[in-house]
Design a binder for this molecule. Structure first.
Ligand code: BMA
Length: 314
């Protein structure tokens, strides 16, 4: 039996890069950011829980990727459709297609009444609605940055109740409005279930082996859930097929890091985007304990090699 001796994700020594005390207002939590480079800035679209206990998406910006400043106010959010009011908006995942940034987020009426909402922007100043949120009981939408076989494609996670097991699925759309052709992601031809629950973490990154996907896997303990991150490679043309995945956790809450353990929900690391850098590294801004935002970096090829060391045998 071989055990890991190396940390593949290196956490920034001055973590967290964002926490509630750094906000220009009083708030409860800052977490789970969508993250992307736009022009000469790193943009975080964070979940911010204001004192009315509502999660609202709020932007923070940085020139160097380490020092972030939150905007004075949240972005002006496109009005929800009257047939689908939303209370909370959270866990945004940003996908660049051409000069547009398309954002899939959790559009929430209540904890178990969640849909995938879709909005877009060209400048992170003004936002436009693409679709009202789709079918009830779905979350963790992550849009692929290219069409696959002529269709938009997303990872999503249909679920029933918060306490039910659920896994990662792939759905397709001709126009980002109508979604279907849904199927679970499979490994060796069998629906893949890594942990009690799993779902898309980052927006998939195109690599020569296929699509590199960082996903979350949830373990249960006697009194709660633990959210940790692993990675897999999805087939380029059929992303419902996993070509290989990491056996070990890559990013996980560690006991010595208070910012990953204390807050709204301790023992949670959660990601929405991963940013490839020109030097072959990847920056991951991750939600920690549903309260803070940490930064971890890894080497892209090392993660791909770890996935492909545990290949599909179909
Ligand atoms: C999930 C989502 C995330 C959250 C996680 C852990 O269901 O609600 O926003 O980070 O639970 O609490």
């Amino acid at each position: 039996m071989e055990f890991a001796t190396k940390k593949y994700m290196v956490k920034y020594e001055n973590n967290p890069v964002m926490s509630p005390s750094m906000m220009p207002i009083q708030c409860l939590y800052t977490f789970n950011p969508g993250a992307i480079k736009y022009k000469d800035e790193y943009i975080l679209m964070m979940d911010v829980t204001t004192l009315d206990d509502i999660h609202r998406i709020w932007i923070a910006r940085s020139k160097d990727g380490y020092n972030f400043k939150a905007d004075p106010q949240p972005p002006k959010w496109p009005a929800p459709d009257p047939t689908h009011p939303e209370t909370c908006t959270y866990d945004p995942r940003i996908t660049q297609i051409g000069d547009e940034f398309i954002i899939l987020y959790a559009s929430d009426l209540s904890q178990n009444n969640v849909r995938v909402g879709i909005i877009k922007t060209k400048d992170f100043e003004t936002f436009e609605r693409v679709a009202i949120a789709s079918e009830l009981g779905n979350r963790n939408g992550a849009l692929f940055p290219e069409k696959i076989n002529g269709l938009y494609c997303r990872l999503d996670r249909p679920f029933g109740n918060e306490q039910d097991p659920c896994s990662m699925w792939v759905s397709y759309s001709p126009d980002l409005v109508f979604w279907g052709k849904s199927e679970p992601v499979k490994f060796n031809g069998v629906p893949f279930m890594d942990g009690f629950k799993m779902g898309a973490g980052a927006v998939p990154i195109r690599v020569k082996e296929g699509w590199l996907e960082f996903y979350h896997t949830v373990s249960t303990t006697c009194n709660g859930f633990i959210y940790r991150i692993k990675a897999c490679i999805l087939d380029a043309e059929n992303p419902a097929k996993i070509l290989g995945y990491t056996k070990d956790f890559l990013l996980y809450p560690e006991p010595q890091n208070d910012y990953e353990n204390e807050g709204r929900v301790g023992n949670v690391t959660f990601i929405c985007n991963a940013i490839p850098e020109p030097d072959g590294s990847i920056k991951i801004y991750y939600g920690a304990a549903d309260t803070n935002i940490g930064l971890a970096t890894c080497n892209m090829q090392e993660i791909i090699d770890l996935c492909m060391a545990n290949p599909c045998n179909e």
